[in-house]
Design a protein around this ligand. Structure first.
Ligand code: SAH
Length: 263
């Protein structure tokens, strides 16, 4: 048995958020395919897959043909248990920031349990803070601090290479033990991006209803709560418990626990 599941690479998707240039989309497809990655997702691309995209893909046309096109980011990552955001700058956001090798290891390790995503941002402005807030981790390629921004496809190439390098290290002869067992951690049924968003929506509604500050005016509070849950990485059962508590706080009857039988 290999340390990574056979389909590990297929479970890692690169999500391009509002890319402006079709040529870059093609070049990302090429960067991915050279490293054995196949899942490309596009969020509201400014240009369609055109002749320029195909020319820059240099034969990675299959990735372009299969690429999902989504109206917004939540749809592109709904079923992912791990979402990592990339940033050309060191952000002021207090999110845990990884280096590319660690990012590759994390993405690969979690493919044993489900789908994972790496988000790449707009050529002009990168990812917004709201988009980064949906990520459990950020990653920055340690570049020259005075000239830190790589071309979108060049950044994709660095990540794709790191993923392949890490994947190769885990090929059969190394340990023969599946990653979850090798790391000594019991796999957890982590909440997906969609389930986490459900929690954040419910939390915002409840805070408003119980009069705890005004979440509309308190973006910082909600951001801090996001940071807390991204760090904790709750599983499905924990999300259900939290949502049950929120429903109870909202005074919903359905949330009342059945009284335990007494004897
Ligand atoms: N002017 C933008 C740069 C965007 S570069 C900004 O300041 O944010 C386009 C995308 O390439 C980024 O959103 C990110 O996904 C990737 N990228 C470029 N340089 C990177 C770096 N040093 N580390 C990580 N990702 C990088």
């Amino acid at each position: 048995m290999t340390k990574n599941p056979d389909n590990a690479l297929a479970r890692i998707r690169f999500v391009l958020v509002e890319p402006s240039l079709s040529g870059n989309i093609g070049a990302v497809a090429r960067a991915m395919k050279t490293m054995g990655l196949s899942r490309l997702e596009l969020v509201a691309p400014k240009q369609p897959i055109d002749a320029e995209a195909l020319a820059r893909a240099c034969g990675a046309d299959d990735l372009l043909q299969r690429a999902g096109v989504h109206a917004d980011l939540p749809k592109a990552i709904a079923d992912c248990r791990l979402v990592i955001g990339t940033s050309a700058r060191r952000r002021t956001l207090d999110w845990e920031t990884l280096e590319p090798p660690e990012t590759a290891r994390k993405l690969l390790a979690e493919t044993a349990e489900g789908e994972v995503a790496l988000l790449l941002g707009r050529e002009s402005s990168g990812l917004t803070n709201a988009e980064l807030a949906r990520c459990q981790f950020l990653v920055h390629i340690p570049t020259n601090p005075d000239f830190s921004s790589l071309n979108l496809a060049a950044a994709a190439q660095v990540f794709a290479y790191e993923i392949r390098r890490s994947w190769r290290e885990d090929l059969p002869e190394s340990t023969g033990i599946p990653s979850s067992t090798a790391s000594g951690e019991t796999p957890r049924d982590l909440a997906t991006a969609e389930e986490l968003e459900g929690l954040h929506g419910h939390l915002a509604d409840t805070l408003r209803e119980i009069g705890f500050g005004d979440p509309d005016n308190s973006k910082k509070l909600l951001l801090r709560l996001r940071r807390l849950f991204n760090r904790a990485r709750p599983d499905r059962v924990e999300i259900n418990i939290l949502r049950g508590i929120l429903s109870a706080a909202q005074g919903r009857k359905s949330a009342t626990r059945p009284t335990p039988p007494t004897d």
